[in-house]
Design a protein around this ligand. Structure first.
Ligand code: MUC
Ligand code: MG
Length: 367
């Protein structure tokens, strides 16, 4: 079975409520639908979300790198030759979301060919994950109202709060208000997207010491090497590397350098193949992981839950799987639903991605 065609289709779906965080904001899901076709008529599907403020990729760059470089390199290979595929893709530096989508589309084909769910092929640990919801920047009362609405509507009880604003005390106040409103049993952790300095981060962590936070993520830049090490050494909770550890070598560098003590795994940037390497690396080192969200749509979220649920350690903590709730619409014929605070994988062969042709026709940007 050979790869005969790779499509990179740009589409755009507005958000009902923009997500704002220290490194950027998202108003529209201007993603790329990636489809890999085989000569046996199977088609694998995945989604690439451009995050210029994190990786430098744009919707246009993802389409271009797939059309001009990746597709010609992998045509004629089989979906089983994933090492050969990655050998080719890795000749181009960067472009993580584009590479990840190609990888996940290939796994989708493998699952379909085997008649088995991808989550089972990856590890088959469980069929669902508890969900953690991301609360973006807004006035404190709106952040609290959103968290309560999400809890009451979807049963979600774990929240990642975006921090990193100036002055840092606004974020401390928001976290305190969230803790008071959600009660002592809610899970609460913070993500600064590099918005604070090391010393601001240390002060904020001290002022939040009584809030029962479970993790702190990317509070200051990893490029502030000594400051970040100094901060991580005194962090009372595991310090998650997200955008500073986007591939296995960076994971090693951040962990061994003392700049992180936990890792965010995002299938949107490491697909399934490299995410599994990162996960096994963390397991071998005894480092905790959280399934992160690159502000994925429903297809990306389906990929993230398929990977997270497949693995014992990746499903240990609630996964960030709910950003799609803020999109006006999506491409899946059968929308994802979060119930009782959990999201289930799709049964059936492959990833279970069933794109609604009318929705794709409506939202695609290339016609
Ligand atoms: C996160 O965890 O940082 C924001 C930028 C990005 O790439 O992912 C999001 C969420
Ligand atoms: Mg993050």
């Amino acid at each position: 079975m050979k790869i005969v065609k790779v499509e990179a289709i740009p589409f755009a779906i507005p958000y009902t409520k923009p997500l704002r965080f220290a490194s950027g904001e998202v108003h529209t899901a201007d993603h790329v639908l990636v489809r890999v076709h085989t000569d046996e008529g199977l088609m694998g599907t995945a989604e690439a979300p451009p995050r210029p403020y994190t990786y430098g990729e744009t919707q246009e760059s993802i389409v271009a790198v797939i059309d001009k470089i990746f597709a010609p390199q992998i045509l004629g290979l089989t979906p089983l030759e994933r090492e050969a595929v990655h050998d080719k893709l890795d000749r181009t530096v960067g472009n993580p979301a584009a590479k990840a989508a190609v990888d996940m589309a290939l796994w989708d084909i493998l699952g379909q060919a085997a008649g088995m769910p991808v989550s089972g092929l990856l590890g088959g640990y469980t069929d669902r994950m508890r969900v953690s919801h991301m609360v973006g920047f807004a006035p404190t009362d709106e952040m609290v109202a959103e968290a309560l609405r999400i809890r009451d509507t979807y049963g979600i009880t774990t929240f990642k709060v975006k921090v990193g604003r100036q002055p840092y005390r606004a974020d401390v106040d928001a976290c305190r208000a969230l803790r008071e409103a959600l009660g002592p049993d809610a899970g609460l952790y913070i993500d600064g997207n590099r918005g604070w300095t090391a010393s601001e981060s240390a002060r904020a962590l001290r002022e939040m010491a009584d809030l029962g936070l479970t993790f702190a993520e990317e509070l200051c830049p990893a490029d502030d090497v000594l400051g970040r090490r100094w901060l991580v050494a005194q962090s009372p909770v595991p310090f998650i590397a997200d955008e500073s550890a986007t591939r296995a070598a960076e994971v090693t560098r951040e962990l061994l350098g003392g700049s992180a003590t936990a890792i965010s795994i995002k299938t949107a940037r490491t697909g399934f193949t490299a995410s599994q390497r990162v996960l096994h690396q963390c397991e071998g080192l005894g480092v905790e992981v959280v399934m992160g969200n690159q502000i994925d749509g429903q297809i990306g979220t389906l990929c993230a839950v398929a990977f997270g649920a497949a693995h014992r350690t990746a499903s240990r903590y609630p996964g960030e799987l709910s950003n799609f709730l803020d999109m006006e619409d999506d491409l899946l014929a059968e929308p994802l639903t979060i119930e009782g605070g959990t999201l289930r994988i799709r049964e059936g062969a492959g990833l279970g991605v069933d794109v609604d042709p009318a929705k794709l026709a409506r939202y695609r940007q290339d016609r």
